[in-house]
Design a protein around this ligand. Structure first.
Ligand code: SF4
Ligand code: SF4
Length: 315
């Protein structure tokens, strides 16, 4: 994609204020992204490319355009509005991504909302003010969750955002896959009150094959957070045929146990990311997965139990 860059190391503290961070969604009343009722912020950009990703629009660290073919009226006002000749007149596709710089003019001209820009920059004060509007809804220990993509790509920004939330006594959870430079996790109390940390596969080679990167850096960061005494909850996406085998469950349980933890949250793959993938210039190819059935969920819970780990299955 035009203008794209890729960097697994987050910006240094203090560099983020002027430019802001790219956010592609803010969802309210979330019940599975940490304790209580929460507002979840989805940052754009990821350092992994999991085959099964449910948020493929998070992968690129730049704004991008999505085309909703089912809404398109075929009027081609978008073609007249585009200064780059990037509009294609095809039933299923509308954008030639090699020419598109996501200026958004086509979306502004579209009468049907069939073209949408994904990713808008927020400054830390503006985002904190937006999130604080929901403060009355943060019941049962709720608050704000920082998700993605990989929120740790925006660690410098988050170190500016979190104090603004803490001033308002808002609890902060971060959902991370941990594949960023270890130095980004130093002084973790400035990043979040609680970390939800994804363990996608216990075996380094399988992890690389499934996500595009090995798990060495991830495990280093996972152990680093436990060493520093951070509040930490292990999680794993459960994807049949990828990481649901007994050997991986035992290996994952060992990692959790060795870190001094006793539970894991298991997130069954649901396949909803595939519709989103078709609307964008997706980084990863289509994934032909199978939604885990009740028997598999029960057997995974049992396998973890035998390893001394309490598995909470999200339904
Ligand atoms: S302006 Fe919108 S509705 Fe018209 S052709 Fe373009 S995408 Fe379709
Ligand atoms: S965002 Fe739309 S108008 Fe802008 S370059 Fe891309 S296709 Fe053209």
């Amino acid at each position: 994609m035009k203008g794209e860059s890729y960097e697994i190391y987050p910006e240094a503290d203090g560099q983020a204020a002027a430019a802001g961070a790219l956010v592609f969604d803010i969802q309210r009343f979330c019940l599975h992204d940490g304790p209580g009722v929460r507002t979840t912020v989805f940052f754009k950009g990821c350092t992994l490319a999991c085959a099964w990703c449910q948020n493929p629009e998070s992968h690129r660290a730049v704004p991008e355009m999505a085309f909703y073919a089912d809404l398109c009226l075929g009027c081609f006002r978008c073609a007249d509005a585009c200064p780059s000749g990037a509009i294609i007149k095809d039933a299923r596709a509308r954008i030639r991504y090699s020419r598109c710089d996501a200026c958004g003019r086509c979306a502004a001209a579209c009468p049907a909302d069939a073209l949408r820009k994904i990713g808008h920059p927020w400054t830390a004060p503006a985002l904190a003010a937006e999130l604080a509007r929901d403060i009355d809804f943060f019941t049962d220990g709720g608050g704000v969750t920082l998700s993605g993509g990989e929120p740790m790509l925006h660690a410098g920004f988050i170190r500016e955002l979190v104090p603004l939330l803490k001033k308002r006594a808002i609890h902060v959870t971060m959902e991370t896959a941990g594949h960023v430079a270890a130095r980004a996790f130093e002084r973790p109390s400035g990043l979040a009150d609680l970390f939800y940390f994804d363990l996608k596969h216990a075996d380094d080679a399988r992890h690389r094959a499934l996500t595009g990167a090995g798990n060495g850096l991830i495990l280093e960061n996972f152990r680093g957070l436990t060493r520093r005494g951070s509040a930490l909850q292990a999680r794993m996406p459960l994807v049949p045929g990828c990481n649901d085998d007994a050997a991986n469950i035992a290996g994952t349980a060992r990692i959790v146990r060795d870190a001094g933890l006793s539970s894991i949250h298991v997130l069954p793959w649901h396949g909803m990311g595939e519709t989103k993938r078709a609307r964008i210039d997706a980084v990863s190819k289509g994934f032909m997965g199978k939604v885990p059935d009740a028997d598999l969920l029960e057997s995974v819970k049992e396998l973890f139990f035998k390893e001394g780990i309490d598995a909470l299955i999200y339904r």
